[in-house]
Design a binder for this molecule. Structure first.
Ligand code: UPG
Length: 470
C-alpha cells in the first residue's frame, strides 16, 4: 500500500485555511499524502501570494500538499468578499460542490481517499465521507468554548433559552453550560454576535449543521490545548486538543496558505525597535473599519507615543481609498509602519513586540497567547467576543477597548488602555506563563503533540486493518 491519502477540507476563509494548511503539513511530515480542497478563487489568491516565494513548487501543489479546487460561485474578482455572501455560499452551494469533488477523487483508483479531515462547519464533507465508508474526523478552528456551545444547541433549544432561529428570549441572560463552566452571557453565543439578524440566522444555521457534523464523527481535532480550556474540554468527550497549531513551531518554514503576500519589511523595521516597545495592530482577514474608526485608531496610536506596526489590508477600510493613512504616516516618520499583510506569527514572536491590538479571532488569540504577548481587545463579530472574554476575564492577559455609544473606540480609550496595559506587571507575568504552557504542550512529551501523534496512529491502524475505509 502507498502513502495514506488524507483529504483536508477547510471553509473558504483565511482564518480556516491557515490552521488546516498547518495540519496538512503535519500530516505530510507523518507520511501522508494530502489533498487540500479549496475554491478556485482562494487557490488563485494563495498562488499569487506565493508567486515570489521560491519554495512554492508548482501551481498544483505546495511541499507535498496537492490542491483540488471547485468554483465558488461568488464571481471572479469579488474582493473584498462580502461576509454575508460567503456565509450563504457555505450553507448552500458549497455542500453540493464538496460532495461532487470528494466523490470524483475517491473514484480514481490512484487517489482513493484514506481519511477526510473536515472543518467542523463543512458538514457535507463529513456526511459524504460517512456514506463512502471513509474514516473521518472534524476540525474546529475555534475555541473549545465555541465547540461547547455547538454541542449544547439541542439542550439550549429544549430548555427554551434560544428559539428555532437561535434568538435568545431574554436579553442579558446568563447560562452555565455545565457546573464546571463559568457563567456565560447568552450574548456570547457565537451566532448572537452578529449585528444584523440575517447574519445571525445564517450563523445559527451553520451552527445547527455543525451539531450534525459532531454526530457523524468520533473525533474532533481542536486548535486549543488542555491547560487553557480544561472546563470546556470536559464537556466534549470527542474533542482532541492539538493546538496551538503554529507554523513557527517547525524547524523548516513552509508556506502557510496566505491569501495576501506577506510584507517581510516589517521584520526589518522591528529589528530597529527596542525590546518590548512596539504595538502590533491587526484585525485578521474579515474585519472592516469605517473611516471614523480607522482615524480614531490612528490618532490613538499616535497618542500612545509607542512605535507601532499596523496591518492595513487592502479591504480593511470601507468607503473611499484612504488618503488619511499616507498623511498620518508621513507625520509619524519611522515611528509607525503599515503593511498590507504581515508574517504575523513571526511578528508576534519578535522581541520588539510589547502588545497586540487584536479583533480576537481564535488564530490570533492562540498566536498572541503562545508568544506571551498581552492583548488590547476589539472584537468585531462571531466567536471574537467569547475569545475576548477568555483573554480579559478568564486568563487575565489583556484589556478590552470599550466602544462609545456610537460603537467607536475613541483615541483616548486607546491611549489610556495601552498605558494601563504596559504598566501592568500582573498581566505581563500571566502572559509569559501562557507562553510557557503553550510551549510545553506542543513540545516533546506535551499533551497536544501526543494527542496528534496518537490520532495519526489510530488512523493508520484503522487503514492497515480495514484497507481504505471502514
Ligand atoms: O497580516 C496578517 C494578519 C493576519 N494573519 C493571519 O491570519 C489569521 C487570521 O485569523 P483569525 O485571527 O482567527 O481572524 P479571522 O481571519 O477573522 O478568522 C475567522 O476565523 C476564526 C477561526 O475560526 C474565527 O475565530 C474568527 O472570528 C473569524 O473571523 C491568523 O492566523 C494570522 O496569523 C497574517 O498572517 N498576517
Amino acid at each position: 500500500m502507498g502513502k495514506p491519502h488524507a483529504v483536508v477540507v477547510p471553509l473558504p476563509a483565511q482564518g480556516h485555511v491557515l490552521p488546516l494548511m498547518e495540519l496538512s503539513h503535519r500530516l505530510v511530515e507523518r507520511g501522508f499524502r494530502v489533498t487540500l480542497l479549496c475554491t478556485e478563487f482562494d487557490h488563485k489568491r494563495m498562488m499569487a501570494a506565493l508567486r515570489n516565494d521560491s519554495r512554492s513548487q508548482s501551481q498544483r501543489g505546495i511541499e507535498g500538499i496537492c490542491f483540488a479546487t471547485f468554483p465558488d460561485g461568488l464571481g471572479s474578482d469579488d474582493d473584498p468578499r462580502d461576509g454575508l455572501k460567503l456565509a450563504e455560499f457555505t450553507v448552500g452551494e458549497f455542500k453540493r460542490l464538496i460532495e461532487d469533488v470528494l466523490r470524483k477523487i475517491h473514484e480514481r483508483e490512484e487517489d482513493k481517499i484514506s481519511c477526510v479531515i473536515a472543518d467542523l462547519c463543512a458538514c457535507a464533507a463529513v456526511s459524504v465521507a460517512k456514506e463512502m465508508g471513509v474514516p473521518r474526523a472534524a476540525f474546529s478552528t475555534s475555541s473549545l468554548g465555541f465547540l461547547a456551545q455547538i454541542v449544547h444547541i439541542p439542550k439550549l433549544l429544549e430548555s427554551g433559552i434560544i428559539d428555532r432561529n437561535g434568538e435568545t428570549r431574554c436579553q442579558n441572560q446568563t447560562v452555565r453550560l455545565s457546573p464546571t463552566m463559568p457563567e456565560m452571557s447568552t450574548s456570547l453565543f457565537w451566532w448572537s454576535c452578529f449585528s444584523e439578524s440575517m447574519s445571525r440566522n445564517l450563523a445559527f444555521k451553520t451552527a445547527l449543521e455543525a451539531t450534525q457534523t459532531v454526530t457523524h464523527v468520533d473525533e474532533i481535532l481542536c486548535n486549543s490545548f488542555t491547560g487553557i480550556e480544561a472546563p470546556a474540554l470536559g464537556l466534549i468527550p470527542k474533542a482532541i486538543p492539538i493546538g496551538p497549531l503554529l507554523s513557527t513551531n517547525r524547524a523548516v518554514s513552509k508556506p502557510v496558505g496566505n491569501f495576501w503576500a506577506e510584507d517581510s519589511s516589517c521584520l526589518t523595521w522591528l529589528d530597529q525597535q527596542q525590546d518590548r516597545s512596539a504595538i502590533y495592530v491587526a484585525f485578521g482577514s474579515f474585519t472592516v473599519l469605517n473611516q471614523t474608526q480607522f482615524q480614531e485608531i490612528a490618532a490613538g496610536l499616535e497618542q500612545t507615543g509607542q512605535p507601532f506596526l499596523w496591518v492595513v489590508r487592502p479591504n480593511l477600510v470601507s468607503g473611499s481609498p484612504n488618503v488619511y493613512a499616507e498623511d498620518f504616516l508621513n507625520r509619524l516618520g519611522n515611528r509607525g509602519k503599515i503593511v498590507s499583510w504581515a508574517p504575523q506569527q513571526k511578528v508576534l514572536s519578535h522581541r520588539a513586540i510589547v502588545c497586540f491590538m487584536s479583533h480576537c479571532g481564535w488564530n490570533s488569540t492562540m498566536e498572541g497567547l503562545s508568544n506571551g504577548v498581552p492583548f488590547l481587545c476589539w472584537p468585531y463579530a462571531a466567536d471574537q467576543f467569547l475569545n475576548q472574554n477568555y483573554i480579559c476575564e478568564v486568563w487575565e492577559i489583556g484589556f478590552e477597548l470599550k466602544p462609545n455609544e456610537d460603537g467607536i473606540v475613541k483615541r483616548e480609550e486607546i491611549r489610556k488602555k495601552t498605558e494601563d496595559l504596559l504598566f501592568d506587571e500582573g498581566i505581563k507575568t500571566r502572559a509569559l506563563k501562557m507562553k510557557e504552557m503553550a510551549q510545553e504542550t506542543s513540545g516533546n512529551g506535551g499533551t497536544s503533540l501526543r494527542n496528534f501523534d496518537e490520532f495519526v496512529e489510530r488512523i493508520k491502524k484503522q487503514l492497515s486493518t480495514t484497507g481504505f475505509g471502514d
